[in-house]
Ligand binder design. Structure first.
Ligand SMILES: CC(C)(COP(=O)(O)OP(=O)(O)OC[C@H]1O[C@@H](n2cnc3c(N)ncnc32)[C@H](O)[C@@H]1OP(=O)(O)O)[C@@H](O)C(=O)NCCC(=O)NCCS
Length: 180
């Protein structure tokens, strides 16, 4: 699966080995990981592992998060998109499609998460044939909660992971199509 999608400001494409340094910048930042379990990476090797893991998901699951670049400059700003959760159980569920996004801090606040989440939902309910998409976010992560609400997901449950409250969100295909 090779993806290349252009939005107004961004390019979403499949990850390549060229993205390792970008992932290092993203995932070594403690602020980026503030609501992600507080465990940023410390080495390029770990960044390579992440890129390889996502590329394997493309092969095994037909989907995985996409690299996001600024259209104007080609700079890597982070990732967004869908993941098939089939290697873990979250809130008692597995085998579902999860919407997520993560950007290098200097790019926050430009509506890029919202812009890419909309593309991901279009892809989920179109090409991928999903009937529902879920998302999980730390209850304290106001920006992420806001993005999910803006693109039409509804908070359906609350649960605790390692003692931290998480919200579980859902959107169904019909609601997405109506909202568009
Ligand atoms: C969460 C994240 C992806 C948001 O990216 P972004 O491109 O800045 O998001 P957007 O600009 O599309 O939207 C953010 C919304 O949250 C709002 N927001 C931001 N910080 C907020 C805060 N502290 N309290 C309330 N709302 C906040 C913004 O105002 C905006 O809403 P608006 O359009 O109604 O004004 C980004 O902060 C990030 O990468 N964080 C680290 C990784 C992460 O937490 N990922 C999510 C894991 S579930």
């Amino acid at each position: 699966m090779q993806i290349y999608i252009e939005t107004e400001n961004l390019i979403l494409r499949s990850f390549s080995e060229a993205d390792v340094l970008g992932i290092y910048e993203l995932d070594s930042d403690p602020e980026v990981h503030a609501y992600l379990g507080g465990n940023p990476i410390g080495t390029i090797e770990e960044a390579k592992y992440i890129v390889n893991k996502i590329r394997k998901q493309y092969e095994q699951n037909g989907i995985g998060r996409w690299a996001v670049l600024l259209k104007e400059t080609g700079e890597f700003i982070g990732w967004s998109g869908l993941k098939l959760v089939n290697d873990a159980t979250v809130n008692g569920r597995t085998n579902y499609y999860d919407l997520g996004y993560r950007f290098i801090k200097k790019y926050w606040g430009n509506s890029y998460a919202t812009e890419t989440a909309r593309v991901a939902l279009d892809y989920a309910f179109g090409d991928l044939g999903c009937v529902e998409v879920y998302a999980t976010t730390d209850a304290r992560n106001h920006a992420s909660n806001r993005v999910l609400e803006k693109v039409g997901l509804k908070k359906i449950e609350s649960f605790y992971e390692d003692g931290i409250q998480q919200y579980f969100y859902k959107i169904e295909k019909e609601d997405w199509l109506t909202m568009k």
